[in-house]
Design a protein around this ligand. Structure first.
Ligand code: NAD
Length: 260
């Protein structure tokens, strides 16, 4: 009998805000497969929500990490180096945009707002890859989360569309650059799921309904399913997969003109 086994692997999950977070479900499944876990929380306000979740999974490392605060991301990797001496799996699940950019047209997005969203939602993944590289001494896996709005226009996704497109392109370039060191880089393009970040997108319920109606499986996906895909991609069952955008969306991305 075969089962996915991450025993002894060291995993860092960034992006847990609460029990709805896609990062939380990834953390649960990665830990469930036997990996040792490091987690972060955004700030003091987020800590009371994240700390009990980290305790529930027996996370060995729990540190604050706002990628906008100089030194905090670096401190997380320093702690990982001191405690574990290496890292095997990184799960990046963070995204942010100014309210006016998330609700407004891309046409009207300011340079500052665009840059800020890009730095937090995309460049933070590149930074994590750079910090992880010397610690992935046995190779490793970098994972991030994207959405269909990177590929095609999705009403109300606005600035996050081009930001996720940049993130997906970064996955391919990082995979190319880090592949020779045995480091695999992939994104999971998840179907729409109700989370705190998703609640900032206008007409999200309509988006979910449309996805369920058009997807080949005629339903949406849940966070648990996305978490399971993260374990698969982190595992030795996926050693041949890198530079890939894996769709965990009930097949929605293949639906073209679907008549109801
Ligand atoms: P969430 O609100 O639970 O998670 C978003 C996380 O981003 C939070 O933990 C928040 O603290 C973190 N974050 C924001 N700014 C940060 C900063 N400056 N530094 C560090 N962390 C910061 O929502 P979620 O839906 O689980 O989002 C996780 C990822 O999944 C995002 O990249 C999102 O775009 C992506 N995604 C979500 C969906 C969906 O429908 N929910 C679909 C596809 C992709």
């Amino acid at each position: 009998m075969e089962a996915i086994d991450l025993k002894g692997r060291k995993a860092l999950v960034i992006g847990v805000a609460n029990a709805d977070s896609l990062a939380w479900w990834a953390a649960k499944h990665i830990r469930g497969a036997g990996a040792d876990l490091a987690m972060t929380y955004l700030n003091d306000k987020a800590m009371p929500y994240v700390a009990p979740l980290a305790a529930e999974l027996g996370a060995e490392i729990l540190l604050p990490c706002d990628v906008n605060v100089p030194g905090q991301l670096e401190a997380v990797f320093e702690e990982i180096k001191a405690k574990w001496g290496r890292i095997d799996v990184i799960f990046h699940a963070i995204a942010w945009a100014r309210k006016e950019d998330l609700h407004g047209r891309l046409t009207d997005c300011s340079a500052d707002g665009f840059a800020e969203s890009m730095i937090i939602s995309c460049h933070s993944f590149i930074r994590m890859a750079r910090l992880a590289e010397p610690l992935m001494i046995q190779g490793g896996t970098l994972l991030t989360l994207s959405y269909y709005g990177a590929e095609k226009v999705v009403d109300h996704y606005n600035v996050m569309g081009p930001v996720k497109a940049a993130l997906e392109a970064s996955v391919r370039y990082l995979a190319h650059e880090l592949g020779p060191k045995g480091i695999r880089v992939n994104a999971i393009s998840a179907g729409p799921i109700r989370t705190r970040a998703a609640s900032g997108i206008d007409h999200f319920d309509e988006l979910i309904a449309e996805a369920a109606a058009k997807a080949p499986l005629r339903r949406t996906v849940d966070a648990c399913e996305v978490g399971r895909v993260s374990v698969l991609l982190a595992s030795d069952y996926a050693t041949s997969i890198t530079g890939e955008i894996v769709h965990a969306d009930a097949g929605f991305h293949v639906a073209g003109m679907v008549l109801h």
